[in-house]
Design a binder for this molecule. Structure first.
Ligand code: AHR
Length: 517
C-alpha cells in the first residue's frame, strides 16, 4: 500500500525587528556574469544573424529580460576564457579582428564582440562593469595597459587608441578581478597560491598606479571541494591583503551534494539539496573568518569584503568541449523548480551574510547556466529567473535578522534542518520591507505567522509565490510559463502580524509598506 503523505500544515513563525540587522545590503549583490563561452555572448547577447536583433546585433527581447532582472554589476569577459584572452584582439574595425582558438572551452573566438561592444551593452543595461584581467597568459603590463585603455583621459598610447576606436571619454571601469580560478588545473596558467598572490599584488599595484580609483578582487579557491581550500584562501589573503578590496568565491550547487564534481552515479537527494544554504552559509563564514585573520596578520585598518562572483546550480550540462566551433551549445543547463528554490535560499544567504558579502554575480546571464535561454527566433525565462528578479527588485536597505521558529526536517547531508529558510530586508528610504520564505519540505505546507516587533507596516502591498508538486518541473520554448512566480493576494495584517500558508516546495515573497520615518 502506498503511504499518503500528511498534508496538514505545520506551524512556523517569523519575527522581524527593523533595528535587528545583519548588515547593509549592497546593490551589487544582484550581479551577473557574461563570459565568452558557448552561446552566452554570441547568439545570446550579440546575434547579428537573428531577425530579432537591432542594428548593433543586440536582441531587444533579451535586453528587456536582462533589464527586468535589474543587474547592478556585470563580470566580463570570463571565467576560464579570460586566462587566454588578448584584449587587443577585440578592438578596432571588426573586419580586422583575429579569429582565434579559445583554449579554455575548445572553441573559436571571432572577437566580433569586444571591450567597446561590452561597454555599450553594460551602459544600455545600466549595470556597473566588472572586468577580469588575464593573469594566466597575460602579464602585469597587459593588465595595466587595459586599465589605461579603459580609464585614462586621452593623451597616452592606449587612451588615444581608445579614442581612435570611437570613444574619447574614459569608461571609468571601477571593479577589476585579478584573474580567474588560478588554483584550478583546468585554468590556463594555473599557479600555486604563493605565485598567484605575488602576481596579483604586482598586477594590482600597476593597475592602481594607472588609476588609483579602481577596486581589485583577488581569486579565492575555485570551490570548497578543491584540495587547497581554505589554505589557498588564507595564503592569498595574508599576502595580498593590502592590495585588494574584495576576495572572490565560487560555488556551483548540485543534486546530489554540494559540487559539480562529485555527482556522477549518485542518487538524487532533494531534501539535502534544498538544504544547500547550510553549505553556502558555512562557505561565507569560513572566508569571512579568513579575512579577519588576514586583517589581523597585516595589522591592517582596511576591510576586505567577499565577492561571490560565480554562483549558481550547475551539474547536468557539464561538458565544456566546444569542438573548435563558434558559439557551441555547451553548459546549457535547463533549470527546474527545485533549482529555483535553491537559488532563492542562496539569495537568502546573501542577505544573511550582507555584512561581508558585498558583490555577487550569478553565472551566467544567457544560455550558459543562465536564467534566460535563447534561440534565433525567441527566448524563455528559466525557473531561476524569478527568485533572482524578485530579490534584485525588492531587497534593499538593510538585511534584518529574523527570528525563525519552524519544524525540523531530517536530511542525509546536513542532519535536521529548519523547514523554513528566511531572509528579510527593510529600506528606510522607501519604507519598503521584503520577506523571502522558502518551504523546503517536499510534502508539508507550513502555516507561517509573520510578525513585526517594532514597526508594523501599514499593509502588505505585493506577494508572489512559486510552487508546484513536481520538483523537476521546468520551462521550455514550448511551455515557457510552466513554472513562474505567480502574484498572490497579500495577506491582511491583523494587529502586528499576518498569517499565510506556504505550500511544500515553495518560494514566497512578501512586500510590506511601512509609514515614512
Ligand atoms: O561559469 C563557467 C565556468 O565555471 C567559468 O568559466 C569558470 O570560472 C568556472 O569554472
Amino acid at each position: 500500500m502506498t503511504e499518503i503523505p500528511d498534508s496538514t500544515p505545520l506551524q512556523a513563525s517569523v519575527a522581524l525587528h527593523t533595528g535587528r540587522i545583519t548588515g547593509e545590503i549592497s546593490p551589487l549583490l544582484f550581479g551577473g556574469f557574461a563570459e565568452h563561452m558557448g552561446r552566452c555572448i554570441y547568439e545570446g547577447i550579440y546575434d547579428p544573424e537573428s531577425p530579432l536583433s537591432d542594428a548593433r546585433g543586440l536582441r531587444p527581447d533579451v535586453m528587456a529580460a536582462l533589464k527586468e532582472t535589474n543587474y547592478r554589476i556585470m563580470r566580463y569577459p570570463g571565467g576560464n576564457f579570460v586566462s587566454g584572452y588578448r584584449w587587443t584582439d577585440g578592438i578596432g574595425p571588426k573586419a580586422g579582428r583575429p579569429r582565434r582558438r579559445a583554449l579554455a572551452w575548445r572553441s573559436i573566438e571571432t572577437n566580433q564582440f569586444g571591450p567597446h561592444e561590452f561597454m555599450e551593452f553594460a551602459e544600455e543595461l545600466g549595470t556597473e562593469p566588472m572586468w577580469a584581467v588575464n593573469l594566466g597568459t597575460g602579464s602585469i603590463q597587459d593588465a595595466a595597459d587595459l586599465v589605461e585603455y579603459m580609464n585614462l583621459p586621452t593623451g597616452t598610447l592606449y587612451s588615444d587608441l581608445r579614442a581612435s576606436n570611437g570613444r574619447s571619454e574614459p569608461y571609468g571601469v571601477k571593479y577589476w578581478c585579478l584573474g580567474n580560478e588560478m588554483d584550478g588545473p583546468w585554468q590556463i596558467g594555473q599557479m600555486d597560491a604563493h605565485a598567484y598572490a605575488d602576481k596579483a599584488v604586482q598586477a594590482a599595484k600597476l593597475m592602481r598606479w594607472m588609476d588609483p580609483g579602481i577596486k581589485t578582487i583577488a581569486c579565492g579557491s575555485s570551490a570548497t571541494a578543491m584540495p587547497g581550500y581554505p589554505e589557498w584562501d588564507m595564503t592569498v589573503l595574508s599576502h595580498a591583503y593590502e592590495q585588494i578590496d574584495y576576495f572572490s568565491m565560487h560555488h556551483y550547487a548540485a543534486n546530489p551534494y554540494p559540487t559539480i564534481s562529485n555527482t556522477d552515479g549518485l542518487p538524487r537527494d532533494t531534501d539535502s539539496y534544498l538544504a544547500s544554504s547550510l553549505h553556502f552559509d558555512e562557505h561565507a563564514d569560513t572566508l569571512a573568518a579568513a579575512i579577519r585573520v588576514a586583517k589581523a596578520k597585516n595589522r591592517s585598518k582596511r576591510d576586505v569584503f567577499l565577492c561571490w562572483d560565480e554562483w549558481n546550480v550547475w551539474y547536468r550540462a557539464k561538458g565544456g568541449d566546444g569542438e573548435w566551433s563558434e558559439a557551441p551549445h555547451i553548459l546549457e543547463e535547463v533549470y527546474n523548480l527545485e533549482d529555483a528554490l535553491v537559488v532563492a535560499t542562496w539569495l537568502n544567504t546573501f542577505l544573511r551574510k550582507s555584512d561581508v558579502v558585498k558583490i555577487a554575480c550569478i553565472a551566467q546571464i544567457v544560455n550558459v547556466i543562465a536564467p534566460i535561454m535563447t534561440r534565433r527566433d525567441g527566448m524563455f525565462r528559466q525557473t531561476i529567473f524569478y527568485p533572482l528578479t524578485l530579490f534584485s527588485r525588492h531587497a534593499s536597505g538593510v538585511a534584518l535578522d529574523p527570528l525563525v521558529r519552524a519544524p525540523l526536517q531530517p536530511t542525509a547531508r546536513y542532519g535536521d534542518v529548519s523547514m523554513l529558510d528566511v531572509s528579510a530586508s527593510f529600506d528606510e528610504a522607501t519604507g519598503e520591507g521584503a520577506t523571502f520564505l522558502v518551504n523546503r519540505s517536499q510534502t508539508r505546507p507550513l502555516r507561517v505567522t509573520l510578525s513585526w516587533e517594532d514597526d508594523t507596516p501599514r499593509a502588505l502591498t505585493g506577494a508572489w509565490q512559486m510552487s508546484g508538486p513536481d520538483p523537476l518541473a521546468e520551462n521550455s520554448f514550448e511551455m515557457p510559463d510552466a513554472v513562474t512566480a505567480v502574484p498572490i493576494t497579500p495577506p491582511v495584517i491583523e494587529g502586528r502580524q499576518v498569517s499565510l500558508t506556504v505550500p511544500p516546495l515553495s518560494f514566497t515573497t512578501l512586500i510590506a509598506q511601512h509609514a515614512p520615518r
